[in-house]
Design a protein around this ligand. Structure first.
Ligand code: BES
Ligand code: ZN
Length: 639
């Protein structure tokens, strides 16, 4: 008899012993490896069905002078009977030796590097190595390259305080293999523990619970210990170190940031406990113990990163009026969609990001009210319409699951995030919240701490929500949503009232350049963004000056508004905005802002390209490898 898909191969394994404060209940098994075709991860060298990592113990030293980390990684492994080797992922690691528990060196080889993937480390774990029956762990002694993709080392002048260096890691998508020798694939979940040393007075934080107070080593360094006793996809292992302070913002939630940023950060994050309550009401208990946030220096390449127990955030979310905290709702929501239930393959990006964007919208609605949520949905819908119009409704890239002919790392975020969320809004609208909400919650429960695929999501939906209702099945168009292109005809359209006032103002501006500063003053951040997004493409210098003066655009404290202003100014060759654009690009490394601003300059050929090159020459060393890669490609700079 054949088993129904998805067939799972379970290498039963107990998680390694490590205790955590806070009394988390133990998760007994590490997640099984999915073997369906949709679950295959083409970016890993691992052959998990032969031998897999179940637990990782890091013992590392952060070296700020050499901008490198090094030490040991002990890997607990589960091997199929007769397995002779285990294959790990790495990228630029210098491996000195690999040893068995008794210290015996194990034979290993580093493969040839493959573009975009790094190089495999193949370790001999056969009994003939002398380590005998069922070798359970190996220890890799290594150093990461100073230019490791995951790590960014900031000079003191890139921090708010200006006197201490700072470092952080960004694991997603496949960066962690540049500082951790493990099987770096989202379907190979691992528990982990870490011992990290750093020079005083720097504080080290990680995406797991702190085991103890930092201890002084007496040599100018301190040691920090952490553990994550829930299995996670390895891209969620994260570290940061800098001059950090902490403040509580709720019972089991708080914020870390440089002391200079702490007041503003904590004030902006006041709604976090309400967001956690809203998410738990909808999707069940938060299962990670604490929920803390780390506000990074502006060089951070993303808006936010959902590292478990410790969301990493750009400081550009601080607008002073909590108008950009949808970002927090989003990263928190990943505690269910993405971290609890995780895509096995990078081709199912929507399963993490689209589902999360939907959860974000539901949390926003509870915490900020229906008006704001409806506006955010309308912005998101407009973005999908524009993206699909631009690429064409038949474009392969408009499908939620990235098809075989495309590179899943080059996905269009509007499709993955906004079309993904639109799919769930659509199902919700068709079946009703009373049925959809419990189903989604049951999906998270049934697959908690496990990998998943598009196919599994649809199968679960059919089995537990559609339940053979042929008329409903037809109305939902499930396969068309996930595997088809364009926007399916049943899409839940946003409330047309969401932006009536703004769109009227926008038409008036287009018709006769009339501006209503008072209305602008009353508008929400989403309304202001809508207005700036619907400005005429071509504007004269006089019109831009008037917009800036009347609406106070260059003086705004809202990074999204500032970005849209700079984009409009640069695409119209507005010289007075160049110094501000330069200052922005010299401090902010968030790719979502940086890449389009360089693009706006490059689009202006003779005028903009020299400006872009001049600014980039100075700014490039300040960017994370991800942002650098994107802008290098745009400007034709050799990496
Ligand atoms: N997980 C993503 C960031 C990410 C995605 C990093 C893919 C690397 C590869 C995070 O949750 C995210 O979506 N961030 C967005 C937030 C926004 C959509 C609210 C960002 O950084 O802009
Ligand atoms: Zn996300």
């Amino acid at each position: 008899m054949r088993l129904l898909a998805p067939f799972v191969l379970c290498l039963a394994a107990a998680t390694a012993a490590c205790t955590t404060p806070g009394g988390l209940e133990r998760e007994p098994m590490v997640a099984p490896i999915l073997t369906s075709a949709e679950a295959r991860d083409e970016f890993t060298f691992a052959r998990a069905e032969v031998a897999r990592v179940t637990h990782l113990a890091l013992d590392l030293e952060l070296d700020f002078a050499r901008k490198s980390v090094g030490g040991t990684a002990r890997l607990d492994i589960e091997a199929a009977p007769g397995a002779e080797e285990i294959v790990l992922d790495s990228n630029g690691l210098q491996v000195a030796r690999i040893t068995a528990p008794d210290g015996t060196p194990l034979p290993f080889s580093m493969g040839t590097p493959v573009a975009g993937k790094g190089e495999p480390i193949t370790v001999d774990i056969s009994p003939s190595t002398g380590s005998a029956q069922g070798l359970r762990s190996i220890t890799v002694h290594y150093t990461a390259a100073p230019e490791a993709d995951a790590l960014q080392w900031l000079a003191p002048e890139q921090t708010a305080g200006g006197t201490h260096p700072f470092m952080f890691s960004q694991g997603q998508a496949i960066n962690n293999r540049s500082w951790i020798p493990t099987q770096d694939s989202p379907g190979i979940r691992q528990t982990w523990e870490a011992r990290i040393t750093a020079p005083k007075p720097l504080e080290v934080v990680m995406s797991g619970l702190r085991l103890s107070a930092p201890r002084d080593l007496g040599d100018g360094r301190r040691v920090f210990e952490f553990a994550m006793d829930r299995s996670v996809p390895p891209y969620l292992i994260a570290v940061a170190a800098g001059n950090l302070a902490f403040r509580d913002i709720g019972q089991s939630t708080g914020v870390w940031s440089e002391p200079e940023t702490l007041d503003r950060a904590a004030a902006e994050l006041t709604d976090t406990p309400a967001m956690i309550d809203a998410a738990e009401d909808l999707y069940g208990a938060y299962r990670w113990g604490r929920y803390d946030l780390l506000v990074l220096p502006p060089a951070f390449p993303y808006g936010g990163m959902e590292n478990p127990t410790l969301t990493f955030l750009t400081p550009t979310f601080i607008a002073g009026d909590r108008s950009l905290t949808g970002l927090v709702a989003h990263e928190l929501a990943h505690s269910w969609s993405g971290n609890l239930v995780t895509y096995a393959s990078w081709r199912d990006g929507w399963l993490n990001e689209g589902v999360t964007s939907y959860l974000e919208s539901r949390i926003s609605e509870v915490v900020f009210g229906e008006t704001r949520a409806a506006q955010e949905r309308a912005l998101s819908f407009a973005a999908v319409e524009e993206a699909v119009a631009q690429m064409g409704a038949e474009a392969a890239g408009s499908a939620l699951r990235t098809p075989a002919e495309l590179d899943p790392m080059e996905y269009d975020s509007t499709i993955t995030y906004d079309k993904g969320a639109l799919f769930l809004h659509t199902v919700e609208r068709i079946v009703g919240r009373e049925r959809f909400d419990p189903w989604l919650r049951s999906w998270f429960d049934a697959h908690a701490f496990q990998p998943a695929t598009s196919q599994m999501f649809l199968a679960d939906l059919r089995q537990n929500l559609v339940r053979g209702d042929a008329a409903l099945e037809e109305r939902l168009r499930l396969d068309e949503w996930v595997y088809g292109t364009g926007i399916p005809a049943n899409a839940a359209r946003p409330d047309p009232a969401a932006f009536v006032a703004v769109d009227a103002a926008s038409s008036a501006y287009a018709a006769n350049r009339s501006l209503d500063a008072q209305a602008w003053g009353r508008w929400s951040a989403a309304e202001r963004m809508r207005f700036l997004q619907t400005l005429p493409d071509a504007l004269t210098a006089a019109e831009l000056a008037q917009l800036d003066q009347t609406l106070g655009l260059s003086g705004t404290g809202n990074a999204e508004v500032q970005f849209l202003w700079l984009e409009a100014a640069l695409r119209n060759r507005y010289e007075p905005a160049v110094p501000q654009a330069e200052a922005f690009l010299m401090s902010v490394g968030r790719n979502k802002f940086v890449q389009p601003l360089f693009q706006a300059l490059v689009d202006q050929g003779d005028w903009g390209t020299p400006i872009a090159r001049r600014i980039y020459a100075e700014a490039r060393p300040r960017y994370h490898s991800f942002t650098r890669g994107r802008v290098d490609a745009l400007l034709g700079v050799e990496g």
